[in-house]
Design a protein around this ligand. Structure first.
Ligand code: DAT
Ligand code: MG
Length: 150
């Protein structure tokens, strides 16, 4: 059983457009396990930390304004290849380049309103998970591993 974890967040536009259930459904039915989830209206400071790598980009301030404009659904999903497969399920950063069947390919059209975040590496996933969740908020499936089929 793989315990690789990825941080996934439904952005404010995804929440406002009623896509929470659809997005959770895709990760759940794919076979990943939900290990943490919360609805949170994140502060601009918190989001500046989350997107620290992008602070020199021209779109940074717009990105922080958008991400702090309403609540987001922050989640941690676990399973074999969760980071890479999660990114495949999201599609490309620009929805215009995202294939139908991916989340961004199916539900959005603008790069600056692309409804969902997903960690891009195992290392960044670890950093993001620790930024958004305390260790106590992450459940462990290890104790029930025998009864899980994958
Ligand atoms: P991703 O979210 O696919 O990991 P990223 O980390 O490069 O992409 O950028 C983070 C977010 O910033 C992205 O989801 C949407 C926004 N963004 C990226 N490039 C942009 C651009 N050229 N103009 C406006 N927003 C952009
Ligand atoms: Mg990124």
């Amino acid at each position: 059983m793989s315990t690789e974890r990825t941080f996934i967040a439904i952005k404010p536009d995804g929440v406002q457009r009623g896509l929470i259930g659809e997005i959770i459904k895709r990760f759940e039915q794919k076979g990943f396990k939900l290990v943490a989830m919360k609805l949170i209206h994140a502060s601009a400071d918190h989001l500046r930390q989350h997107y620290a790598d992008l602070k020199e980009k021209p779109f940074f301030s717009g990105l922080i304004k958008y991400m702090s404009s309403g609540p987001v659904v922050a989640m941690v999903w676990e399973g074999l290849g969760a980071v890479k497969t999660g990114r495949v399920m999201l599609g490309e950063t620009n929805p215009a380049d995202s294939k139908p069947g991916t989340i961004r390919g199916d539900y959005c059209i603008q790069i600056d309103r692309n409804i969902i975040h997903g960690s891009d590496s195992v290392d960044s996933a670890k950093e993001e998970i620790s930024l958004w969740f305390t260790p106590e908020e992450l459940v462990s499936y290890t104790s029930c591993a025998e009864s899980w089929i994958y």
